[in-house]
Design a protein around this ligand. Structure first.
Ligand code: HGY
Ligand code: MN
Ligand code: MN
Length: 416
């Protein structure tokens, strides 16, 4: 670090103001946000963040899947400039999202840049803030799509050809919002990646701990089942003659819950999306489409859960005389973050006077993709009531400040 005039200090109120400002875009009842990937609301959010990046003098690049990277150059310029130390996250949300999930990581990164500008700090390595496209995967699966393409884990053309739950395509929607960028994807040079994110779970709050040094991230398996049966009269059709697609969907919901009880430990399972056809009170459904989200920190147990699920669906379909199509929407193995980075986060948090503990992430994050190409780790701040993917998502200002301060210190350390 050279040319420093004063020790950089974050302007926490400014960070909170930006969180509130961004949350106005796609705002929904109850203080939450609906900014599904590649919608007009996502575009408006992107435009606001790009505007802030411009005000901070960052060099902005947008790649072919719409990832936005704001680069703060280092002392060494041109070809000698080294791979950036990167932070960031996502600003797309689920339909009933909170204002912190993803947004905090992007805006804390901007706050770090602005504070370094104000302090006149020049770093050895460039710093970068990334806004990754479609982290949620709620409209276009898989989740973490943008960062997965960014690291070369998903061919760009496959991502662009992805069809959403509303029948639209990624490439068309990306063009519509004007974020089909020119920058290439697939082999970026990144020195290290640290993401600040809300925990979205109950652990930190339950234990009264301010910060999480995230050691790992559990495996994720998303499957979509499309079931075909025979629609028939709800009143005249004897039970033994039915081919009820809705029955299989319902039976699978209870099977998944029983499976998590049986496997125990970290196993979680969710049937989050379901629809029947023709979806009428007096017609036996001949069509059902539903999704199953299975997660576990242990890859072998997750595979066992997948096997059990597929076996149950196949057996039940045969008994009921149904046909099944299934599509893997997402499949990521558990990820270990960089041990040295995790230890640095833990040490810095302690040195700044904050309580801190190590923990795994239950949610997927862009950091798990960056971990494929560079040392990566995450800082968690508590979620009040462990609530997330819910308009009531909330994190106390003091916890946000603590997390952002640790982010400032770890980024500075890595960029020196
Ligand atoms: O599904 C997840 O874990 C993340 O929120 N995309
Ligand atoms: Mn997130
Ligand atoms: Mn999320």
């Amino acid at each position: 670090m050279t040319g420093r005039t004063v020790a950089p200090r974050l302007n926490h109120p400014r960070l909170l103001e930006r969180i509130a400002k961004l949350a106005e875009i796609g705002a929904i009842e109850g203080g939450g946000v609906c900014r599904l990937a590649l919608t007009e609301a996502d575009k408006a959010g992107r435009d606001l963040v790009v505007g802030w990046m411009r005000e901070l003098g960052l060099q902005i690049s947008i790649d072919a899947i719409g990832n936005i990277v704001g680069l703060r150059p280092s002392r060494t310029t041109g070809a000698a400039a080294r791979a950036p130390v990167m932070t960031g996250s996502h600003i797309d949300t689920v339909r009933t999202g909170g204002r912190y999930d993803g947004n905090l990581g992007v805006l804390a990164g901007l706050e770090v840049m602005e504070s370094l500008n104000e302090a006149g700090v020049e770093t050895e390595h460039p710093l970068a803030v990334a806004v990754f496209t479609n982290e949620e995967g709620a409209r276009f699966a898989p989740d973490m799509m943008g960062s997965l393409v960014y690291v070369g884990g998903l061919p760009l053309e496959d991502a662009l050809a992805t069809e959403g739950i509303d029948g639209t395509r990624v490439d068309a929607e990306l063009r519509k919002i004007g974020y089909d960028g020119a920058a290439p994807v697939g082999a970026p040079a990144v020195r290290a990646f640290v993401e600040l994110h809300v925990e979205q779970g109950p652990v930190l709050e339950r234990e009264g701990v301010t910060l999480g040094a995230v050691e790992s991230l559990q495996g994720i398996s998303w499957t979509e089942f499309s079931v075909s049966g025979v629609s028939n009269h709800a009143g005249t059709t004897p039970m033994r003659l039915r081919h009820d697609a809705g029955y299989l969907a319902g039976a699978t919901i209870t099977f998944v819950r029983d499976l998590t009880r049986e496997l125990g430990g970290d196993q979680v399972g969710t049937v989050g999306a379901i629809e029947f056809g023709p979806n009428l009170v007096n017609v036996i459904p001949n069509r059902a489409r539903f999704t199953v989200d299975l997660r576990n920190t242990d890859e072998d147990i997750l595979q066992e859960a997948e096997r059990r699920l597929r076996g149950f669906v196949a057996k039940t379909a045969e008994q009921e005389g149904l046909t099944i199509e299934q599509r893997q929407l997402a499949r990521f193995e558990p990820v270990l973050f960089d041990a040295a980075l995790v230890a640095r986060i833990e040490e810095i948090a302690g040195r700044l006077g904050h309580s801190v503990r190590r923990l795994p992430s239950g949610a997927g994050h862009d950091a798990q993709m960056l971990a494929r190409i560079c040392p990566a780790a995450m800082i968690f701040v508590p979620s009040v009531g462990g609530i997330s993917h819910n308009v009531r998502e909330f994190t106390d200002a003091s916890d946000i400040a603590a997390g952002a301060d640790v982010l400032l210190h770890i980024l500075l350390e890595l960029a020196s």
